[in-house]
Write a protein that binds this ligand. Structure first.
Ligand code: 6CS
Length: 339
């Protein structure tokens, strides 16, 4: 049912896209995101749009989740040049750019917000290494940004990998997430976002992982009994432009796009201060029976051990290129720690 509605909306929106006009000098740029306008990707995209529109005659039309299909659909449309900008998270980019899965590896990104923010502002791996890898896929990588610490929703509480045995946990479709949840002892179930709520409701899956704000805005707590923090990851997303489109822009417009991306990044990092705490409070208020669990350091030990296997899988999937990415990422994180 939801799928049919999504398909119809997608068809209508695609038809509208082909009718979109380009006026002389002033362009209409199309930008699709994986979330709604009020969620983190939507807030970033709105800042980007407002900067572009305040500083040029160009207009930016944002297409929120569902209007043009799932994450993989909007990526295809951006690569084909139907869309000028797209936000796709590494959790879905893994099959296209395996190295992007470095952001999915458990216990690599730090938990401290200031370190995370420093990393996303200054990272060489993003601004140099990944720029090249995305370019090979006809994409101009503009920014990557965090969306908060990832929590795991389940029906029953867990404290160890053994407790996760047999639990079907939904993950985004990147292969490394499948390896992660296998290593964590669960049964990983890759699904596109549009199918997650229904799958939890019908008990096809028992849980999933996402940042707190998304668990709240997606009302996932309605179909969840326990939300657990294992401190294993920070959700990362990426914004890019179609490369031919970007290369074809005047130098002034390229600068405009870069400045808009920078302004939106600063905004979104600040915007998220306290966001997870607000989401937790809203969830508790909406469902007082919900249980929040934070795994202790001792309880995290076996999950950290499992992360070593995931690291080996990442290298197996990506070879020397992935190793170089991982080395640079760790050097960037070291810098973030010391700042
Ligand atoms: O779980 C997902 O599929 C996704 N999570 C977030 C926070 N954003 C986009 C994506 O749909």
């Amino acid at each position: 049912m939801i799928k049919n509605i999504l398909n119809t909306t997608k068809a209508l929106s695609l038809a509208a896209l082909t009718l979109a006009s380009v006026q002389a000098g002033a362009a209409n740029w199309k930008y699709a995101i994986e979330e709604s306008l009020s969620e983190v990707q939507g807030v970033y995209a709105t800042q980007f749009k407002e900067y572009i529109e305040a500083n040029s005659d160009h207009r930016v039309q944002i297409y929120p989740f569902g209007t043009l299909g799932e994450s993989t659909d909007i990526m295809e449309q951006a690569q084909a040049g139907i869309l000028q900008f797209v936000d796709q998270s590494p959790g879905f980019t893994g099959s296209l750019i395996p190295e992007a899965q470095v952001f999915l590896m458990p216990y690599v990104l730090p938990e401290t917000e200031s370190e995370v923010n420093y990393f996303f502002k200054n990272s060489k791996v993003i601004n140099e290494n990944f720029k090249e890898l995305y370019a090979e896929q006809d994409l101009e990588l503009l920014k990557m940004f965090p969306e908060g610490s990832v929590a795991i929703t389940t029906q029953e509480s867990f404290r160890s990998p053994a407790d996760l045995n047999g639990m079907k946990i939904r993950v985004m479709t990147s292969p490394l997430l499948v390896e992660t949840y296998k290593a964590f002892g669960a049964v990983p179930t890759p699904l596109p976002w549009g199918e997650v709520f229904g799958a939890l409701q019908t008990k096809l899956i028992q849980g999933q992982e996402n940042p707190w704000f998304y668990i709240e805005s997606g009302k996932l707590y309605e179909v969840t009994e326990v939300i657990t923090e294992a401190g294993h990851n920070i959700f990362t997303t990426a914004v890019m432009a179609n490369r031919d489109f970007y290369q074809g822009l005047s130098e002034t417009d390229q600068q405009l796009v870069q400045q808009a991306s920078e302004v939106a990044l600063d905004y979104i990092l600040k915007y998220q201060e306290g966001l997870a705490e607000e989401a937790k409070a809203k969830i508790k208020a909406a469902k007082p029976s919900i249980e929040f669990v934070t795994l202790t350091e001792a309880e995290r030990v076996p999950f950290r051990a499992a992360a070593k296997d995931v690291r080996a899988k990442f290298i197996e999937m990506t070879g020397p290129s992935g190793q170089a990415i991982l080395d640079q990422l760790e050097a960037d994180l070291e810098l973030a720690r010391n700042n």
